[in-house]
Structure formats: C-alpha cells, structure tokens
Design a protein around this ligand. Structure first.
Ligand code: TYD
Length: 201
C-alpha cells in the first residue's frame, strides 16, 4: 500500500489538535498503520530543538534554519521510513508553517525558504494539507487561559495576521494540496469538512 502524508496547519488556537485524534482513528479503522507526529519536533533531537526555538530569542534566519534542521532529522528518522513502509503519517505542522511564521511572521524572503525546502525535501510534499483558517483575533481569544504562552504565541496580533495571510497565500499557490477549512465554525462543522476531504483519499 502506498504511504500517505497528511499535514495540519493553522494559527495557534485554530483547533488543529481536536482533529488529529479523529484522523488517527479514521485511518486505523481502515486497518492502516498510522504515525502521529509534530513539528518542530518528532524525533529526540527535534524535540530538543523545539524546546530551544519555542523559548530562546534568536535571529529570524537562525530560527528558520533551526526549523529546517529539525525537519531534516524528522524526515530522515520518521517521515520517509514510515512512508516507505506504506504507513499514514499525520504531522501537526510541516514546511507550510515555516512559510507562514518565518516568512509571513518574521519577514524572511520566500526565495530563502524555497531554497531550504528544495534542499531538505525537494522530492517530497504532503499528499494533503488541511489549513484551519480563522481570523487572528478569534484564534487569540481561544488561546486565553491555555497555560503559559510560547515565544510565537506571545507575538502581537499583527504578527498573527501576517502568519494567517502567508498561510492563505501558500494555499492559493498550491490549491490541489492545501485545503482551507473554516476554523471559526464549531468543532462538529469543522470535523464534517475534515471527513469530506479525507474520505476522498
Ligand atoms: P504548535 O504545534 O502549535 O505548538 P502547541 O500546539 O504545542 O502550542 O507549534 C509550535 C509553534 O511553532 C507554533 O507557534 C508555530 C511554530 N512553528 C514555526 O514558527 N515554524 C515552523 O516551521 C513550525 C513547524 C512551527
């Protein structure tokens, strides 16, 4: 059976995590082996890099390079081997997050990020990306009271607005791969949208 690579994207507070569990049980019910993973992270080294990048201030280009360094390890240790075994890999964020946060949010040039993308996984893209879209103010309101905010979550509203815009620009560029869902709807309505997109796979 052919491997399947699915990624979930969106602003912090967009509700991705609610749908990760549903996706896992959906594919397991089909008898498929499923690998649930996340970025930055997904490997022991990647989780160290995640802890650093979510807490330590650093130059924006360093930040972009750390994201891709963690991703390189993730691809080598987890994603590529699982896809080669024909498994379903579901990742909470992947490279579109770098275009949104480091590109849109921090202002790193698209060409720079494209160079890194080509270097690290020029041969591989997700089969499907679900982008949970919603206004940044709604996302921020949902984040209230969720515990201590990380370095990205603490950014001001304008940053999150740029992240959202960059995600939508990326979706407009790759409309076949990236499907935009209305994350401002209730969980049930969004879950129905997710199910519609995934049964077609
Ligand atoms: P997230 O998984 O949303 O963390 P949690 O749900 O545990 O709070 O992601 C962590 C942060 O990392 C998120 O704010 C987005 C950011 N990020 C980037 O800036 N660039 C990237 O390439 C990736 C994968 C994530």
């Amino acid at each position: 059976m052919k491997g399947l690579f699915i990624t979930l994207e969106g602003l912090d507070g967009a509700g991705k995590s609610t749908h990760l569990a549903w996706l896992e049980s959906h594919f397991k019910a089909q008898g498929r082996a499923v690998v649930m993973t996340r970025e930055p992270g997904g490997t022991p080294l990647g989780e160290h890099l995640r802890a650093l990048v979510l807490s330590e201030a650093m130059h924006p280009e360093t930040e972009a390079l750390v994201m891709f360094a963690a991703r390189c390890e993730h691809l080598a240790q987890v994603i590529r081997p699982a896809l080669a075994r024909g498994e379903v890999v579901i990742s909470d964020r992947f490279t579109d997050a770098s275009f949104a946060y480091q590109g849109g949010g921090r202002g790193i040039a698209l060409e720079r990020l494209e160079q890194l993308e080509t270097w690290v996984h020029g041969d591989l893209q997700p089969d499907l990306t679900l982008l949970f879209d919603l206004p940044e103010a709604v996302a921020q309101a949902r984040m209230q009271g969720r515990g201590e905010a990380d370095r990205f979550e603490r950014e001001k509203m304008a940053f999150h607005g740029r992240v959202r815009a960059a995600y939508l620009a990326r979706a407009a560029r790759f409309p076949q791969r990236i499907r935009v869902l209305d994350g401002s709807l209730g969980v049930e309505a969004v879950a129905a949208q997710v199910a519609r997109l995934v049964v077609a796979l």
